[in-house]
Design a protein around this ligand. Structure first.
Ligand code: SAM
Length: 263
């Protein structure tokens, strides 16, 4: 069983109220469009979290279809069940999917691959549970080097906190290299049919909030001094100033949608 930290239902409610609208909700319609999810299909959402993709999929497939959301985190599933009791929610590991071969027409994963210790194993599992001719689709974030806001911001942090900061802030960008990701799909026996790269928006109340969430949500917070943290905060306000709007900070974020066919 893959190790992952468990969060409480209260923390999962916070994820749903704050982070889903700010970061994750925008990818669900794009991934469902790219995967051509339609009425009557059986859809699996791997690492569903509080279920934004599964809920959107349920709206598309309608009563003649069926959607399952799977996550390792019971806290996330508690919120998912509250929001959509009619969807099937399953506790399980993306590396060992508790489903028979050929169970789904579309097997999707949004903002999840970077958290799996063995992403190749998950892609093999996604392929196994997908029917022949069905669709496996994944949304990941583009490489840090091509991120217009996060790229320069991580450089700023590394200037103050040292190069180790780049590694500590790297989880989200881990699968942004499309050549490498394409090889992973190949190795899993999946034929990539379509790749879309999209620029989305991350919404924060302010640059200070973005810095707080990103730094305090990473191990970096224990490795920097108060003076370093203050300098990062001050310079971030200036660096991210161009993304300030009347309603807060709207920073661009690039993502890839990779769509493959189960052979
Ligand atoms: C950033 S959240 C994305 C959730 C959701 N897909 C969304 O777009 O809101 C990542 C999710 O991956 C889940 N996760 C991490 N490792 C997992 C594993 N091995 N198997 C299943 N889920 C996992 C976490 O519990 C978390 O809900």
């Amino acid at each position: 069983m893959t190790e992952t930290f468990q969060i409480s239902p209260e923390q999962a409610e916070m994820y749903e109220a704050k982070y889903v609208p700010a970061i994750f909700a925008q990818w669900a319609p794009l991934l469902l469009d790219a995967a051509h999810v339609t009425t009557g299909q059986r859809v699996l959402d791997v690492a569903c979290g509080t279920g934004i993709l599964a809920r959107s999929a349920a709206d598309r497939v309608g009563p003649s279809g069926a959607v399952t959301g799977l996550d390792l985190n019971e806290g996330m599933l508690t919120v998912a069940r509250r929001l959509a009791p009619d969807v099937e929610w399953r506790h399980g590991d993306a590396a060992d999917l508790p489903f028979e071969p050929d169970s789904y027409d579309a097997v999707l994963c949004q903002s999840g691959l970077m958290f799996f210790p063995d992403p190749d194993q998950t892609l093999r599992e996604m392929r196994r549970v997908c029917r022949p001719g069905g669709t496996v689709g994944v949304q990941v974030y583009a490489s840090l080097g091509s991120q217009p806001a996060y790229g320069p911001w991580v450089e700023l942090v590394a200037r103050h906190a040292g190069p180790e900061a780049t590694r500590l802030l790297s989880t989200y960008w881990a699968h942004g290299d499309l050549d490498e990701l394409g090889r992973r799909f190949d190795t899993a026996g999946l034929v990539v049919e379509d790749v879309h790269t999209r620029l989305g928006t991350v919404r924060w109340a302010s640059a200070d909030e973005m810095v707080q969430v990103e730094i305090e949500g990473s191990p970096l917070i224990d490795r920097i001094s108060d003076a370093q943290y203050t300098a990062i905060r001050n310079e971030s306000r200036e660096l991210l100033g161009e993304y300030r709007t009347d309603t807060g900070l709207q920073a661009p974020i690039g993502a890839h949608l990779v769509i493959a066919r189960q052979r």
